[in-house]
Design a binder for this molecule. Structure first.
Ligand code: PLP
Length: 385
């Protein structure tokens, strides 16, 4: 069967190919330690699981749900934004629950892009932006994030380029994979840039609570709703990646436009999942502190591991990963990753999968126990790389 042209250039996700290779190595008895994948290994709060159990046992919760989600969940999102980001959102009109933020990336691209429309994408950045733009028929235009510019967009350089066909810009802070935190000034610059060039600024914000005490939202900038939308997620901050709960917020007009596409793709989430998600959003500071205490212990181990590999890194990173530059004796992160995989049976993500600007870097996930990191350190020591 010939696949549609829109799939041209859309490859299999790097991790699925690599996981198959790791499976093969495991079948040969290698017991690879996988430090690559960013899926939280810790459980959600027990009260969240309890709500799901109790609600799903009721007879009247199994029907199709509203496309815009339960008002209870939308109110919980509004309250969450007010409490943590000091952003006021109208729960009826400015919030759209999503089945994870990843689907939102696709919905946004399908809603706004025509053939030939250009989209600014961070390099390095989350690979899904590129796939979604391509699938929707748009044209990807990379903007490089450089370490010496704090991994912020180089606005001066962007101003010298032809932006006349650019319709959207994807941004993501805390940034994945670099772990770079945003500043208030950066967010203000983004909103001003969007307004000046009439570019819809799409901010993807799933990491603001991880290893970060000051969560920020792009929507806190005055006038942001005129030109920006924001995605958020319970995957990382509430340890609910497999539950698939996220959200989109923005002006009523944007929400209505995106619903025109989304309501033709799927229906509302299972009500007990929505009610449990609302519970998760109401958790207090102790929740975030307890999760971060564990990530901090792990991060100490990852520092040791990176030192062993002679990698350089900032200790001021947020999110579930550590980003580090590789030593000169390796041509790129792929070579280092393969060396560590084949000699020490440890898998580390090469930075190049996030774009060419990541070639000289690697990324290590914090989603593993301290014991697992210790074992990885011992293996790397023994392999004498
Ligand atoms: C930058 C970024 N955005 C979005 C996602 C997707 O998150 P969700 O589970 O909400 O779909 C991820 C997941 O890894 C991510 O790293």
């Amino acid at each position: 069967m010939v696949t549609a042209k829109r799939l041209n250039g859309i490859g299999e996700y790097y991790f699925s190919t690599k996981l198959r290779e790791i499976d093969e190595l495991n079948k040969q008895g290698k017991q690879i330690i996988n430090l690559g994948i960013g899926s939280p290994d810790l459980p959600p709060h027990p009260d969240v699981v309890k709500v799901l159990q109790e609600e799903s046992a009721k007879p009247n919760v199994h029907a199709y749900q509203n496309y815009k989600g339960s008002p209870l969940l939308r109110n919980a999102f509004a309250q969450w934004y007010q409490t943590w980001y000091q952003v006021e959102l109208n729960a009826d009109t400015e919030i759209l629950p999503l089945i994870g933020s990843k689907e939102g990336i696709m919905h946004i691209c399908m809603t706004y892009l025509n053939e030939g429309d250009e989209v600014l994408l961070p390099n390095p950045g989350y690979p899904t932006y590129r796939s979604a733009v391509t699938l929707a028929g748009g044209t990807c235009v990379d903007y490089e994030l450089k370490e010496e510019l704090q991994y912020f967009p180089d606005f001066e350089a962007l101003e010298t380029t032809d932006l006349s066909k650019v319709k959207l810009m994807w941004v993501n802070y805390p940034q994945m994979p670099t772990g770079q935190l945003p500043t208030k000034q950066l967010f203000e610059q983004l909103v001003a840039f969007g307004k000046k060039h009439n570019i819809l600024i799409c901010h993807d914000n799933p990491y603001s609570f991880i290893l970060n005490d000051t969560p920020r939202s792009l929507m806190s900038v005055a006038g942001a709703k005129d030109i920006a939308i924001e995605l958020n997620s319970l995957s990382k901050s509430q340890n609910m990646a497999g539950w698939r709960v996220g959200m989109l917020c923005g002006a009523k007009e944007r929400i209505d436009e995106i619903i025109r596409f989304k309501s033709n793709m799927d229906s509302g989430m299972f009500l007990p999942v929505q009610l449990a998600a609302a519970k998760a959003l109401s958790l207090g500071k102790e929740w975030y502190t307890s999760v971060n205490a564990i990530y901090k212990q792990r991060r100490e181990k990852v520092y040791q591991l990176l030192d062993l590999l002679h990698c350089k890194y900032s200790k001021n990173q947020a999110g579930m990963f550590m980003w580090a530059s590789i030593p000169d004796n390796y041509a790129d992160g792929y070579t280092l990753s393969d060396d560590v995989l084949y000699k020490a049976n440890v898998f580390i993500t090469p930075g190049g999968i996030f774009g060419s600007a990541g070639n000289k870097y690697i990324r290590i996930s914090l989603c593993g126990s301290v014991e697992k990191f210790q074992e990885a350190i011992e293996r790397i020591q023994a392999a004498q790389l």
